[in-house]
Design a protein around this ligand. Structure first.
Ligand SMILES: [Zn+2]
Length: 149
């Protein structure tokens, strides 16, 4: 299978909103930014209206850059051609990456810059990965992951 160096063009373009603007602003500067609860220190991803750590629906929010390093928690190979805009991209890997800053801090992404088989041969749980930012538009850079070298 050819190596995917990008998922662009994105069939479904992420949109920066009031709740996600810090993520997209950070990504444009090459930083992976997550929502931290300044009350208990828990890192929340994706951003949510209550803290996953202390369960407070009115927690004090702080956006922080993390290392972008983690390991593959689990993965699958998408063969589903019913996802609008991604029909031509199958098969492709979908990952849950566990970031090193916190157990259970999972980011969904694709796997770029690595040659794997159509059934995912070569992809292993626990493999060390790092974030890369995939240009989707002039303003949107999507956090994706590649194996750490
Ligand atoms: Zn909290």
């Amino acid at each position: 299978m050819p190596i995917q160096t990008t998922m662009a063009p994105y069939g479904i373009m992420p949109v920066s909103t009031a709740d996600t603007k810090p993520i997209w602003d950070g990504a444009k500067e090459g930083k992976l930014v997550v929502l931290k609860c300044s009350d208990c220190g828990f890192l929340n991803w994706p951003p949510q209206p209550w803290c996953g750590g202390c369960k407070n629906p009115d927690f004090n929010k702080e956006w922080v850059a993390v290392s972008g390093r983690g390991t593959i928690y689990c993965w699958y190979i998408c063969h589903d051609t019913s996802i609008t805009g991604y029909e031509e991209k199958v098969p492709y890997a979908v990952l849950l990456v566990e970031l090193e800053e916190q157990k259970g801090l999972l980011v969904m992404s694709n796997l770029l810059n690595f040659e794997y088989g159509t059934l995912g041969e070569g992809i292993e749980n626990g493999a060390a990965v790092e974030v890369v930012f995939d240009k989707a538009s002039d303003d949107i850079f999507v956090p994706q992951f590649q194996l750490r070298r």
